[in-house]
Design a protein around this ligand. Structure first.
Ligand code: SF4
Ligand code: SF4
Length: 132
């Protein structure tokens, strides 16, 4: 004599999803709605160009080689003798914050902007927004 077992739980469980229809949605209708970003969130960098001294400490410490020092046409402040400022490759950055920790004048920071969509990988290479 053989017994067949019926997976009652497997049959009933999908119907539990019906109850979710009456729950408050956990997602937002972006871009019409946005979520509040946590104050200490690590988003894209900002750089106070009136304070950045072009020392390249940030480039040296970056373990992911995500920072290139780029010569800018105009020196942004008298203390920036190298005439270079950092550019970030967000295809490499892991938002570890080390570059921010070693910045002598505290010009570099991680901001709250975190959304960027682009079809080309080169579009993920950009200068931090000027925070001066
Ligand atoms: S946050 Fe970390 S990975 Fe990103 S650029 Fe700075 S040091 Fe490099
Ligand atoms: S951002 Fe800070 S660490 Fe990087 S070059 Fe400027 S002053 Fe130096």
């Amino acid at each position: 004599m053989t017994f067949t077992t019926i997976d009652v739980r497997g049959i009933v469980a999908p119907f539990a999803a019906i109850g979710k229809i009456f729950e408050h949605p956990r997602t937002v209708c972006y871009p019409a709605q946005t979520k509040t970003i946590a104050p200490d969130y690590r988003g894209f960098h900002t750089n106070d160009l009136s304070a950045c001294i072009g020392c390249a400490n940030c480039q040296d410490v970056c373990m992911n080689d995500a920072i290139d020092m780029i010569t800018i046409a105009e020196e942004r402040n008298a203390r920036n003798k190298s005439g270079c400022i950092p550019r970030i490759d967000y295809g490499r950055c892991c938002w570890c914050n080390l570059c921010v920790d070693v910045c002598p004048p505290d010009s570099l920071a991680l901001g709250q902007e975190c959304i960027h969509a682009a079809p080309q990988s080169d579009d993920f290479l950009f200068f931090p927004k000027d925070a001066s």
